[in-house]
Design a protein around this ligand. Structure first.
Ligand code: ADP
Length: 311
């Protein structure tokens, strides 16, 4: 095999109570990527379609993640006398809050791993994809790359040492994600956060994280819904997203189990039981932004159990 074509899924990070630790993988929103083994050593990005992103290897998250992986591979296994080319077909806009950079980082390391004969497990690949995230946001976070690589829900229990737990999702769980077309820089979304939280807020937050995980394992949709509450970040960040309160309220009125900010925004997600409810929520969310004359994109997706996949 010298070439591989991939689906690189979009992801929702944070999931209300799980700031920087929880994420889930979407099924029908994502990019495509071709990774090719070539004679010339190194990593080159030869084509990007659908977005204005840098082709330079060191400036593109896919290149940075690929180089991090190859460096580790050569020091642990053997030096290789060939290289890789990457073509990226972007469908997820950078800065949308549904893991655009993570899709590219995860795709690059997954593709190269396949072409090398799978020296690493999907879980091993997370640490390399995180280096791409470091380029995108200055922080090597795993809450988008982990679900993009592993599928389902993921929990980053610890960063040092890296300890990631994959959690199956109940069959009928669907996500609706609306992306208002405004620019919200991750750095701005981070700058509104406070460095300290009160014990009272922390108690509520870890209660909800535990509740959400328990709800996923026991397929208790009501418990999942009760636990989708963010005591710490959402109150500070939601003011940066036009129509947030109205979108969230509309989602809940139309049957959502819960709703909140996707990643660092501006996208807003809702989880629901069954596709019909997810579609109904999408319709209601769309009406809110249409009434505000705000352009938007909307996705309805089941949870993707597999993560990055070969097309
Ligand atoms: P998202 O949460 O949607 O990934 P981020 O703001 O975290 O958005 O990341 C987008 C940033 O990463 C942008 O500054 C973009 O220029 C940069 N970037 C570099 N390479 C890529 C890539 N292949 N795909 C997406 N974004 C990339």
């Amino acid at each position: 095999m010298t070439q591989i074509k991939l689906f690189c899924p979009a992801t929702i990070a944070n999931l209300s109570c799980g700031f920087d630790v929880l994420g889930l993988c979407l099924d029908n929103a994502g990019d495509e990527m071709i990774v090719r083994k070539v004679d010339q050593k190194g990593v080159r990005i030869t084509k990007i379609v659908g977005a204005d992103l840098p082709l330079e290897t060191e400036k593109n998250v896919s290149g940075v993640a690929a180089l991090a992986m190859l460096e580790a591979y050569e020091s642990h296994f053997k030096v290789i006398d060939f290289g890789f080319e990457i073509e990226i077909y972007k469908h997820i806009k950078a800065g949308s809050g549904i893991g655009s950079s993570a899709a590219s980082s995860a795709g690059a390391v997954f593709g190269i791993n396949e072409l090398l004969g799978q020296p690493y497990s999907r879980k091993d690949l997370v640490q390399f994809a995180m280096q791409g995230e470091k380029l995108a946001s200055g922080n090597a976070h795993a809450d988008n790359v982990a679900p993009a690589l592993l599928g389902g829900f993921t929990l980053v229990r610890s960063y040092a040492p890296l300890d990631i737990i994959r959690i199956d999702s109940p069959e009928e769980l669907f996500a609706t994600v609306v992306h208002p077309q405004i620019e919200l820089k991750t750095s701005d979304a981070r700058s509104v956060l406070k460095q300290n939280v009160s014990l009272k807020s922390a108690i509520m937050q870890w209660g909800n994280v535990g509740g959400l995980i328990a709800g996923l394992y026991t397929k208790d949709y009501d418990l999942i819904g009760r636990s989708l509450h963010d005591e710490i970040v959402e109150p500070l960040r939601s003011v940066l997203i036009p129509g947030f309160d109205q979108i969230k309220q509309t989602a809940l009125e139309n049957g959502a189990l819960g709703s909140g900010i996707s990643g660092s925004g501006p996208s807003i997600f809702a989880l629901s039981r069954g596709k019909n409810t997810a579609d109904q929520i999408a319709k209601a969310m769309s009406e809110v932004y249409e009434n505000m004359n705000l352009p938007y994109e909307i996705h309805v997706s089941k949870i993707n159990p597999d993560g990055v996949r070969i097309l």
